[in-house]
Write a protein that binds this ligand. Structure first.
Ligand SMILES: [Zn+2]
Length: 284
């Protein structure tokens, strides 16, 4: 499904179409009332967005990447997905990518920064500038420096080591402050809470708008439960505020929502509540 906004061409590139989680594993405080009509596992996906402007190819989120060791975060462990083949199917090879941005430095968003080549982690996109907010980088660097003894922090430290550090050492990382204009029609804006400096990308072209929203929300049932924390939210209160801010922004601009873990859709407002509907039949 190619999306066109004036001069911008946007192609969702999915790394994984089905990524099931028990509701309580994602949302520790979830109740049947929160879930409404949803039964069984929550079926997420992992989707990244390739944006081509007249002169730049920009990748927004990079997926888990293959072969990463995540012994604690087992849902992220040892992927073997045909992600680069899917990117090739929309006409882009890694050498074409000019800019890579992750909405945040969790493994399913920045793991794809690198790939395993002859036993070493090499940048997947060898010509790209990798843009990382200074605050987000400082947070993950600190997790790594604390030398955690296992646990989720251990897998985050591994993420720094195998996915972030190699692109830094290759001289490809540019630390940025938000907001930041990547190129005409693509601006990064802070939407914190899930992580320290989680960002969204605002896409504007031909008078139309889209928002690449990363993990501000993880599943459509959250639209009716904006204050329900996701287990990975670093600052649950800020994350809840960001969910509302994102919804308001999407409504205000009549923007298409381009999430990381559920289908592209639109948000409408009904009084104080927000509703989501997928943009493609059969989605969500
Ligand atoms: Zn995620």
């Amino acid at each position: 499904m190619t999306i066109t906004l004036g001069p911008l061409r946007i192609d969702p590139v999915a790394e994984l179409d089905h990524w099931p989680f028990a509701p309580a594993d994602l949302f520790p405080a979830v109740t049947p009332e929160h879930l409404g009509e949803h039964r069984g596992d929550l079926d997420l996906s992992i989707t990244t967005y390739l944006v081509r402007t007249p002169d730049q190819t920009v990748l927004l989120d990079a997926g888990n990447g293959n072969a990463k060791e995540r012994p604690v975060l087992l849902a992220h462990h040892q992927f073997d997905a045909p992600y680069l083949e899917r990117m090739a199917a929309v006409g882009v090879v890694p050498e074409d990518v000019d800019v890579v941005v992750a909405t945040h430095l969790h493994p399913d968003h920045c793991g794809g920064f690198t790939q395993l080549v002859d036993g070493s982690w090499d940048p997947t996109f060898p010509r790209a500038r990798y843009l990382i907010p200074s605050e987000e980088y400082a947070w993950l660097q600190q997790v790594h420096a604390s030398a955690p003894d296992g646990g989720v922090a251990g897998d985050l430290a591994r993420t720094f080591e195998d996915s972030v550090l190699p692109v830094v050492e290759a001289g490809l990382v540019e630390l940025i402050d938000l907001p930041y204009e990547v190129t005409g029609g693509i601006t990064l804006r802070a939407m914190p809470g899930h992580t320290t400096a989680h960002l969204i990308a605002e896409l504007n072209g031909g008078g139309q708008h889209a928002l690449v929203s990363g993990d501000v929300l993880h599943h459509p049932f959250q639209f009716a439960n904006l204050t329900l924390a996701q287990g990975g939210d670093a600052d649950p209160a800020a994350a809840a505020e960001s969910r509302r801010t994102l919804c308001e922004l999407a409504v205000e601009r009549d923007a298409l929502l381009l999430p990381a873990h559920f289908p592209v859709g639109r948000i409408t407002q009904d009084g104080d509540d927000f509703r989501y509907r997928p943009a493609t039949p059969g989605g969500a």
